[in-house]
Design a binder for this molecule. Structure first.
Ligand SMILES: [Zn+2]
Length: 448
């Protein structure tokens, strides 16, 4: 007799952190894994069959959902990060709680189709254009939390303090809707946000450009008191380093260290243009690094020193950030392949290490420590990659991790299970019936 909230999954091949195990039965009750049995060569009666290689669910540790509306349009012409930002602001200007909910629901559904089970949403479009408060000052954040529920994935809402346009400069007209005025006011607004089964609340500092140095500690303390994750865009652009040096006589990393922002619950996003001392400060404090290789290459940011950061003690995770593409397998291999191009040597990370970044370490960076492994007691979040597609057929199944990381794409994700619920079955989303149409409509509603 099967309890309605218990279920058995049979995994044709399972990634058990270090190796591919054939024939694994996973028992799930109330969204958690209660047992993992190996040496199960055929599916037990009544089991849900996951054919292919099943990984722990993937964590997309850095997202700005609305950037998805820029896909394609920002590939026309040339420019820099800063000209790209102008186009991005024009989309931000048009968001409302309703249109943002529709867009984020579709984007998170796209993520689910790509095997993402948890997203870290670095959220800073808080208020109405011009800065007027909505009746619920958290209407935009709530829209994102609801969108994740509608798309069937977990979210960590990294509510972002964004108070200035540069060192000692007030927000520009575009940025008024991002600003709470002061870090105190930011903290007061965030403190009202409630966690749910699928949603956790974390903090973010947009960047050292956007939060005055004397207010960094207010944000860090808020996160510390809640033992919540704290994320910060860090040294993505050399211009930020130069402006910081001019204003404070130090690097952005040194400024963060000085104001108590670094630490094991903090994640620096990008960490691209660092000095050797910056790398030691980040690694030595246990601060994580979120690499976003597909965005970093799209925006011509440069290649961050991920190997050195990891060697100094910084755990690595991955994010699709601007959503030029949404494909965590591509993010994982890009980190390794960028390093190969730079060094002209191979093998900086194994497929196993890249999968850890894409899952366990990404989840830890988002405050979901109980996700990221197929093990008893863990959340029943699973991503199955087909090993019989045109991209993945051929290699022996025991090389499934290498095949998934170095040859598969998001299109090879066959099943996504979140908390024991099939969100994607056989490549189709079970909650959002037509994801491409949902994306097209949501993006169209934001067109100028
Ligand atoms: Zn970002």
């Amino acid at each position: 007799m099967t309890h309605p909230h218990t279920r058995t999954y049979w995994l044709e091949h399972a990634w058990l952190d270090t190796h591919v195990e054939p024939g694994v039965a996973v028992e799930v009750a109330d969204g958690r894994i209660t047992a993992v049995r190996t040496d199960v060569p055929t599916p037990p009666p009544g089991a849900e069959i996951l054919r292919g290689l099943t990984l722990p669910g993937l964590a997309n540790a850095h997202s700005h959902a609305f950037h998805r509306a820029l896909r394609g349009t920002v590939q026309v012409g040339s420019g820099t990060f800063w000209t790209w930002r102008e186009v991005m602001y024009s989309v931000a200007d048009r968001l409302t709680p309703e249109t943002y909910h529709a867009l984020a629901r579709a984007v998170y559904a796209e993520m689910a189709l790509a095997g993402v089970t948890s997203v870290g949403e670095f959220h800073y479009v808080h208020h109405a254009p011009g800065g007027a408060r909505y009746a619920d000052p958290n209407a935009m954040g709530e829209a994102l939390i609801a969108a994740a529920a509608d798309a069937g994935i977990r979210i960590t809402l990294l509510d972002t303090a964004y108070l200035s346009s540069g060192f000692g400069q007030p927000p520009t007209a575009h940025q008024l809707r991002f600003s709470d005025g002061t870090a105190e006011a930011w903290a007061e607004r965030c403190s009202v946000l409630k966690e749910r089964d699928h949603a956790r609340i974390g903090a973010a500092i947009h960047s050292v450009r956007a939060v005055p140095a004397d207010q960094l500690e207010t944000v860090a303390r808020w996160a510390e008191e809640r033992r919540a994750p704290l994320h910060v865009h860090l040294s993505e652009q050399t211009a930020e380093n130069e402006a910081c040096r001019e204003a404070h006589g130090c690097t952005p990393t040194q400024l963060l260290a000085l104001h108590g922002v670094l630490g094991p619950r903090t994640t620096g996003v990008h960490n691209t243009h660092l000095t050797a001392e910056d790398v030691s400060l980040i690694g030595g404090s246990g601060t994580g690094t979120c690499m976003c290789p597909t965005t970093e290459r799209d925006l011509a940011d440069g290649i961050g020193p991920a190997v050195a950061l990891q060697n100094e003690g910084s755990p690595l995770c991955l994010g699709s950030d601007s959503h030029a593409v949404i494909d965590l397998l591509e993010e994982a291999r890009a980190m390794e392949l960028d390093e190969r191009l730079r060094t002209r040597t191979r093998g900086h990370w194994t497929a196993a290490a890249l999968l850890r970044a894409a899952s366990a370490d990404g989840h830890a960076a988002l405050g979901w420590q109980e996700a990221g492994a197929i093990e008893e007691g863990g959340l029943a979040d699973l991503t199955t990659v087909a090993l019989d597609s045109v991209r993945t057929a051929g290699p022996l199944p025991r090389l499934g991790a290498e095949t998934a990381v170095f040859a598969a794409s998001a299109a090879d994700v066959r099943h996504t299970v979140v908390g024991g619920r099939h969100v994607v079955r056989d490549g189709a989303h079970t909650l959002v019936p037509d994801v491409p149409q949902a994306l097209a409509q949501a993006v169209d509603a934001l067109r100028g």
